[in-house]
Design a protein around this ligand. Structure first.
Ligand SMILES: Cc1ncc(COP(=O)(O)O)c(C=O)c1O
Length: 373
């Protein structure tokens, strides 16, 4: 048996939904039955008012930042422990990303480190709800209000997650989501930015679609993008959305099973669920501590040989050579993230994992660990 880190749930109803859209010829990204419905229903599911579907979370983040007016000369505070897609749009808009270290147990941006990095150029804070656990939003929203900063949420890994009973993506000025194959729901590739504000929604719609002119379509009103999601993918997204609660429930039960299975392994730091959060446990992420510290490569290799797929934790943004060479950061800027990164990986947690596979993974993990220590 070999258990991959993630397999999406795609069934007959998804295939039928795509088929129906294609058969009707409703394939464009300029509008479509399913596209409109998907945007509306997805935004509602996230506690927001408007959804603008895009081609990925990366493009959702780029579009959100452009819509909010981030540009040349601005500084944007970004959690260092994330996918590079959170940071790149800041640079492409001519602004400077400033990387902030994380909390040891949630791996989320540490709110205590934010104010020290604010200056007259600071325009926004980009928070990332990593691995399904909410960022501690109250202190961040308070700082943002005090210094008049925008807040953008990267919710790629936390669809349906909550902070003090509020849905993630609805707390900041914009919330950005991913529909990559390993996310909660998938369109293969795809994303969405959600807003509460109707002016931002209108502006994002213009920018998403090349800012076509109102009177003469080809006299463009602004510097836009082509980040439109096709109606074919929206049909898949809409069909997937019907399963979202089931998928979130499954993720939580996978985590419950692993937490119980590994509670006696001394060198494992396991995922937490702080009192303010509903963790949706995107992937079950383990940090090696004590006697297991420094043994990540060996463990991951042995697990692979035993039939269990794993993935490394992120390499923090402050350790990315391309950013260091640009003079944006130094390798040792974020010591907490660096240590987590060196010692962390995640194990199979996809929504389609069977009970037999889960038991197999837990057994193999315990066996491999017992042979290493
Ligand atoms: C936290 C985070 N942000 C952004 C992204 C980018 O998502 P996408 O691949 O849809 O652009 C990912 C993707 O894996 C992610 O995990």
């Amino acid at each position: 048996m070999f258990v991959p880190v993630s397999r999406p749930i795609i069934d007959e109803s998804d295939a039928q939904a795509v088929f129906n859209a294609v058969k009707r010829g409703d394939v464009s990204g300029l509008g479509g039955l399913e596209l409109n419905e998907f945007e509306g229903k997805f935004a509602k599911f996230c506690g927001a008012s408007f959804g603008v579907a895009t081609t990925s979370c990366y493009t959702a983040l780029h579009l959100a930042m452009a819509t909010l007016g981030i540009g040349k000369g601005d500084e944007v505070l970004v959690s260092t422990y994330t996918n590079i897609s959170t940071a790149l749009p800041v640079l492409y808009l001519g602004a400077k990303p400033v990387f902030i270290d994380i909390e040891k147990d949630t791996f989320n941006i540490n709110p205590k480190l934010i104010e020290g990095k604010i200056n007259s150029k600071t325009k926004a804070i980009v928070v990332v709800h990593i691995y399904g656990h909410s960022v501690d939003m109250d202190p961040i929203l308070k700082i943002a209000k005090k210094h008049k900063l925008l807040v953008i949420e990267d919710v790629a890994e936390a669809l349906g997650g909550e902070y003090k009973g509020k849905l993630l993506g609805s707390l900041g000025d914009a919330g950005c989501f991913s529909f990559l194959a390993n996310k909660f729901i998938t369109t293969g590739e795809g994303g969405m930015v959600v807003f509460k504000d109707s002016t931002l929604n209108s502006r994002a719609r213009i920018l998403r679609s090349l800012a076509f002119g109102k009177e003469n379509r080809f006299m463009h009103e602004d510097f836009g993008f082509n980040y439109r999601m096709s109606n074919i993918l929206a049909a898949l997204g809409l069909s997937q959305l019907k399963k979202v609660n089931k998928i979130i429930g499954k993720k939580r039960s996978i985590a419950k099973f692993y937490l119980k299975s590994f509670k006696n392994i001394k060198g494992f730091q396991l995922p937490v669920e702080r009192e303010y959060a509903k963790n949706v446990y995107w992937m079950f992420h383990i940090v090696l501590t004590g006697e297991l510290e420094g043994k990540k490569k060996e463990l991951m290799l042995k697990l692979k040989e035993a039939g269990v797929d794993t993935r490394d934790g992120f390499v923090p943004m402050n350790r990315q050579k391309i950013f260091i060479q640009k003079g944006l950061c130094k390798e040792n800027d974020c010591p907490v993230a660096n240590k987590i990164s060196e010692n962390s990986f995640y194990i199979p947690s996809g929504p389609d994992i069977s009970e037999e596979e889960l038991k197999f993974v837990a057994k193999k993990v315990k066996e491999v660990v017992s042979k290493i220590v």
